[in-house]
Design a protein around this ligand. Structure first.
Ligand code: NAD
Length: 267
């Protein structure tokens, strides 16, 4: 059974890590997928090729999600190729880590503009199309679905990464506010908040045995996540199986948000 048959999905930042797994998982459920990339064209084309090899449909479209004109151009190209959009996965994100006293304004703004500003621009463009088109009941009960790729750091403070944590914390209330606003149009809006997933963004946290051991202390379930853990959840949130789920954040973190430092009840 293909739960996303005939639906069009845009996955931002889909040439790497979690975005690849989400794009492939949506395509495997029948969605026609736009693989957005900023600069990694050959990696994006590779994702398209792999989706096609499995019998799926995908195209790669370039856009920096923090650039309004580029995003609007990408949406126009997506509409020319597939006619509309049903699912937006706001996945593109980045880190530029520094302690507060060493953080440049440029690095603060870059992270906020991409992680938060980019999701605003893409969500606005998708919502306009969802509202214009409305529900097509053969495809989905909803007029559209927006999924944000947040982080456990939308609730766990993170010293040395304050710009990143601020962007994800901001995303939480942005997601909930537009969920309130868009429900009347039957547009569902939710977030996935990954814990530690093995991707290039956090390579130094899992690359060496020493780093892995330190990281595993934060994960009660005892393993580092893989992008496919997130891909499966994205399919569920995009499908009618989650039709009554709205304004929620799904923490997929092996229990990281259970604050394992307090597991013994001491201290
Ligand atoms: P990644 O670095 O492998 O992927 C990030 C992707 O975003 C890349 O493809 C990158 O090119 C793209 N991107 C960055 N800036 C962009 C821009 N301006 N325009 C378009 N694309 C842009 O990392 P990942 O782990 O796959 O991260 C994906 C998302 O998941 C991010 O939002 C990240 O914050 C979030 N996340 C990841 C983890 C984790 O443990 N890996 C945990 C929590 C949240």
């Amino acid at each position: 059974m293909q739960r996303l048959k005939n639906q069009v999905a845009l996955v931002t930042g889909a040439s790497s890590g979690i975005g690849i797994a989400v794009a492939k998982a949506l395509a495997a459920e029948g969605a026609q997928v736009v693989v957005n990339y900023r600069s990694s064209k050959s990696e994006a084309l590779q994702v398209v090729e792999e989706i096609e090899a499995e019998g799926g449909v995908a195209i790669a479209l370039q856009a920096d999600v923090s650039d309004e004109n580029a995003v609007q151009q990408m949406f126009a190209e997506m509409f020319a190729a597939f006619g509309t959009i049903d699912i937006l996965v706001n996945n593109a994100g980045m880190q530029k880590d520094a302690n507060l006293v060493d953080m440049s304004l440029a690095d603060w703004q870059k992270v906020i503009n991409v992680n938060l500003g980019g999701t605003f621009i893409c969500a606005r463009e998708a919502a306009k199309e969802f509202i214009r088109r409305g529900v097509i009941s053969e495809r989905s009960c909803a007029a559209g679905k927006i999924i944000f790729m947040s982080s456990v750091h939308d609730i766990i403070p993170w010293a040395g990464h304050s710009n990143y944590a601020a962007s994800k914390g901001g995303m939480k209330l942005f997601m909930q506010s537009i969920a309130q606003e868009l429900a009347q149009y039957k547009i569902r809006v939710n977030s996935i908040a990954p814990g530690a997933i093995k991707t290039p963004i956090n390579r130094e946290a899992w690359e060496t045995a020493e780093a892995r051991e330190k990281l595993l202390k934060l994960i009660p379930y005892g393993r580092i996540g893989v992008p496919e853990d997130i891909g499966k959840a994205a399919v569920w949130l995009a499908s009618d199986d989650s039709d009554y789920v709205h304004g929620e954040t799904l923490y997929i973190d092996g229990g990281m948000t259970l604050y394992p430092g307090f597991a013994t009840g001491e201290g």
